[in-house]
Design a protein around this ligand. Structure first.
Ligand SMILES: [Zn+2]
Ligand SMILES: [Zn+2]
Length: 233
């Protein structure tokens, strides 16, 4: 059998990887290109800021995997796995990340590691700043038969909850109880409209809608909507 040598280090070898020994292949071939560090704005609610937009994440794990993968330049034959130690988010947090790169070369699997650092920078997202600032677009006023008011409030909460993944302003800012009834302050007027329709379908409810202008922002009028829902037996 013909003896094989690595042309780079002259070592005698059985297998060649792209014409080189395993060590020389690992030393000379770049598997991936990755920035030294990747910075990401994250909010305590789990949203992250990408391309100047806040996006909802399934989980922290999914977010890190996606962000790191997006920043890795690689060819199709290289498979990567993103690895990091568990960490606690506490202020600006630096997470060392290992990118495990796997490639099949001349029928043999070669693994090489690349490192990057994910810098998680805490920032309050648009939704959280609205919630904490008491922002609302609509007020639902629940009136009428007393014992049914609580049931209607339950429906309002269920609807808000149902849409919170598709409408980021589907949140309740405040619930006020008074002799007259219950006032619910909502982040989204669209959701308020859905609440009106659905409550009429389920309960004996009559409604009255009032629009008001509450200010101007960026040359646009800010409208607020008040929906009075009167429930009867
Ligand atoms: Zn070699
Ligand atoms: Zn947030």
């Amino acid at each position: 059998m013909l003896r094989k040598f690595c042309p780079r280090c002259a070592k005698e070898i059985d297998e060649l990887f792209g014409g080189l020994c395993r060590e020389c292949y690992l030393e000379t071939v770049k598997f991936v290109e990755v920035p030294q560090s990747i910075s990401l704005l994250v909010c305590r609610c789990g949203r992250s800021n990408e391309k100047k937009k806040w996006v909802q994440n399934v989980s922290v794990e999914e977010m890190i995997e996606r962000i790191v993968t997006l920043n890795v330049k690689k060819d199709r034959k290289t498979m990567i796995k993103v690895e990091y130690e568990p960490f606690v988010l506490n202020g600006k947090t630096r997470v060392p990340v290992t990118i495990c790169c796997e490639r099949v070369v001349d029928g043999n699997v070669i693994v090489k590691h690349a490192m990057t650092e994910l810098v998680l920078v805490p920032q309050t997202c648009d939704v959280c700043s609205r919630v904490s600032g008491g922002y609302y677009e609509a007020i639902i006023q629940i009136r009428g038969v007393k014992y049914k008011q609580e049931q209607l409030l339950g429906l309002v909460e269920r609807i808000v909850n149902r849409y919170k993944d598709t409408d980021k302003f589907s949140f309740i800012t405040q619930v006020q109880n008074s002799k007259a009834g219950i006032d619910v302050y909502l982040g989204s007027s669209k959701i308020a409209g859905k609440i009106e329709q659905e409550s009429k379908r389920i309960y004996k409810v009559t409604s009255k809608i009032t629009h008001s202008v509450c200010g101007v922002k960026d040359g646009r009028e800010l409208n607020r909507i008040t929906i009075l829902l009167r429930i009867s037996d």
